[in-house]
Design a protein around this ligand. Sequence first.
Ligand SMILES: CC(C)(COP(=O)(O)OP(=O)(O)OC[C@H]1O[C@@H](n2cnc3c(N)ncnc32)[C@H](O)[C@@H]1OP(=O)(O)O)[C@@H](O)C(=O)NCCC(=O)NCCS
Length: 146
Amino acid sequence: MGEIAEGSGVVVVRPCRRDEVATILELWRNAGAPPSVTDDSAGLNRLLDRDPQCLLVAEVDGEVGGTVIAGFDGWRGHMYRLAVLPAHRRRGIARRLVVEAERRLQRVGAVRVGAVVITANPEAVGFWSAAGYRLDGTMRRFIKDF
Ligand SMILES: CC(C)(COP(=O)(O)OP(=O)(O)OC[C@H]1O[C@@H](n2cnc3c(N)ncnc32)[C@H](O)[C@@H]1OP(=O)(O)O)[C@@H](O)C(=O)NCCC(=O)NCCS
């Protein structure tokens, strides 16, 4: 996948490797992404079993600095867990991750993509608005944990 120069370093966006599961979980904690019932190695391995290409990472100078999950269930595309470590923010890494995620979703046939976004988080709302996504005010998310 693509490579871009970012400040003093080089950013490579690519699918996550199996041996990076623990690193990803730690990144989400350090990025302040609120943990949910699926945030453990069993959950991540299950995701990668189902779709090995759906979790993209941004590698910054050889270290994982950002992530996004771009899932397609045959009906719609969905993005989750967009997160960039604080030290690498405002350098276009999230934008790069989302561009690659959108390319992947279009390649596999998605015609619409949605993102699960915490609307009380101004950085998340700022990012998704800047990325060209519109808030669908007609819906709220209903969830049930098993
Ligand atoms: C939201 C987040 C992923 C953005 O990552 P990032 O790599 O810093 O974002 P980018 O540099 O690609 O930003 C692209 C554009 O988004 C907007 N944006 C990014 N961060 C923003 C912020 N804190 N406030 C307002 N707008 C913001 C800006 O328009 C920015 O362009 P600019 O820097 O030229 O002004 C990052 O802040 C993060 O990981 N936050 C914690 C986890 C989270 O909230 N994730 C989103 C949940 S879905």
